[in-house]
Design a protein around this ligand. Structure first.
Ligand code: C2O
Ligand code: CU
Ligand code: CU
Length: 459
């Protein structure tokens, strides 16, 4: 069967200056950063938290004085946050109010294949669909987003992204900042025309950075500790997050707490990845604002209150042990490769473009494997690729033939593979599910050109 040709394939070509694609200028730090609304269950009968989320077009306010046509979960440009608990199931009914097919993937979730949002398993316009999330996993910052074959880039770009946080009773004794001091921040980029509409052109022209859907907002904080759950939901961008040289305390990776906090002056976060940090603003009381930068670009300003507060939270020296690594019985190499020679270009995993009717790798549930992800791109187009594996969490063993990078520690589901680089990780297929799951580059503009493949877990 021939590979489906994407109607969006031209997005990789230089921007055709469609609707006067000028950059909208916004006066920095004039708008507050919203925190995405937290959704309440419609029922909790039988120990299951039941939610209902309409997927619908909406006019949202991102740029001051302009409205942007967007696709939303429940009308909110950063979808509502679901707060789930380890071992307590969640059931969500999504209703598709768009004109096109959609589906929902819980990124980082250990879920049955039927609820994973397989790209070919879609909700038709006007239809609805129930997704079951058992939450048989550690506390972590997950997110949900569209995964519709061929349209995931377009749909996520227009706003189909939100947080799904799993709280773990086993972490309560740690006394990390919680409640309103535990703040998810969705970071992404975008390009707008002067009417405020999204421009879906060349990824390099998406120079406007959004924090929870606002351009360079400010966020009022008390002089105490905060936990920030940072997600890179950009289609294609690597954030180089820093506080202007001050150390940042990282407490969690994609899939939960680290064994111990680590300190960084900069954290690289590629598309799909999450990182959690704790900032203690007590040290900044009466000393002016704190900026979060992406490289040299200030993307968020924290305004620190002057009234002293009592802060009983802390960051203990030991957080949570990682699960045992296990003994690998299989070792594989997975090669990512982008071919720019055609129009549209093509992208491959192990020399093949994605075919939903083909199983690329079969694994036995319960086994431990080592995967070596090799970036096969060569000059003159040595791209980078954030590699994502559904269903399971892995631990990085090495990078580019050497030891892991400081950001690689902890449980991961997405990992940055640099141009011409490679990443070795170990993974145990310990989720209690079988069936077909995806692995792919988390630049959807690469995955829909073919850089996606299928894994089958068998009993
Ligand atoms: Cu976040 Cu298969 O995706
Ligand atoms: Cu995923
Ligand atoms: Cu890629």
């Amino acid at each position: 069967e021939a590979a489906p040709v994407s109607p969006h394939a031209n997005h990789l070509l230089p921007a055709v200056s469609e609707v006067g694609a000028t950059t909208v200028t916004v006066t920095p730090f004039t708008e507050p950063m919203p925190v995405p609304p937290q959704l309440s269950p419609v029922s909790q009968a039988g120990g299951v938290d039941v939610y209902e989320i309409p997927i619908e077009p909406a006019q949202v306010q991102i740029l001051p004085g302009l409205s942007t046509p967007a696709y939303t979960y429940g009308g909110s440009f950063v979808g509502p946050t679901i707060r789930a608990r380890t071992n307590r199931p969640v059931r969500i009914t999504y209703t598709n109010g768009l004109d096109s097919h959609t589906n929902v993937h819980l990124h980082g979730g250990r879920v049955p294949a039927s609820s994973d949002g397989h790209p070919m398993d879609m909700i038709e316009p006007g239809g609805s669909r129930v997704y079951d999330y058992p939450n048989v996993q550690r506390g972590a910052t997950l997110w949900y987003h569209d995964h519709t074959h061929d349209y995931e880039a377009d749909h996520v770009y227009r706003g189909l992204h939100g947080f799904y946080l799993i709280e773990d009773p086993a972490e309560r004794h740690l006394h990390l900042p919680k409640g309103r001091y535990d703040v998810p921040i969705l970071l992404r980029n975008a390009q707008f025309d002067e009417s405020g509409a999204f421009v879906f052109g060349n990824p390099d022209d998406r120079t406007t950075i959004l924090a929870n859907g606002k351009v360079q907002p400010y966020f009022q904080v008390a002089p105490r500790r905060y936990r920030f759950r940072l997600l890179n939901a950009a289609l294609k961008h690597v954030f180089r997050l820093n506080l202007g040289g001050q150390p940042m305390v990282r407490i969690a990776s994609d899939s939960g707490l680290l064994p111990a906090p680590t300190t960084h002056t900069e954290l690289a976060v590629s598309s799909g990845e999450r990182v959690e940090i704790v900032i203690d603003f007590a040290e900044h009381r009466g000393r002016g604002p704190v900026y979060l930068f992406d490289g040299d670009n200030p993307i968020l300003r924290f305004d620190v209150g002057s009234t002293r507060v009592i802060d009983t939270s802390r960051v203990p020296d030991r957080l949570r042990e990682l699960p045992p690594l296990g003994t690998p019985t299989v070792e594989r190499t997975v090669e990512l490769k982008f071919d720019m020679s055609g129009r549209p270009p093509t992208a491959f995993i192990d020399g093949k473009v994605f075919d939903p009717n083909r199983v690329d790798i079969q694994v036995k549930r319960g086994t431990t494997e080592i995967w070596n992800i090799v970036n096969g791109d060569t000059d003159p187009y040595p791209f980078d690729h954030p590699f994502h594996l559904h269903l399971v969490h892995f631990q990085v063993l090495g990078r580019n033939g050497g030891p892991p990078a400081p950001e690689d520690t902890g449980l991961k589901d997405t990992v940055y593979v640099s141009p011409k680089g490679s990443v070795r990780f170990q993974v145990t297929f310990d989720a209690p599910f079988v069936g077909r799951y995806m692995y792919h580059c988390h630049y959807p503009e690469h995955s829909y050109l073919g850089m996606m493949a299928q894994l089958e877990v068998v009993p």
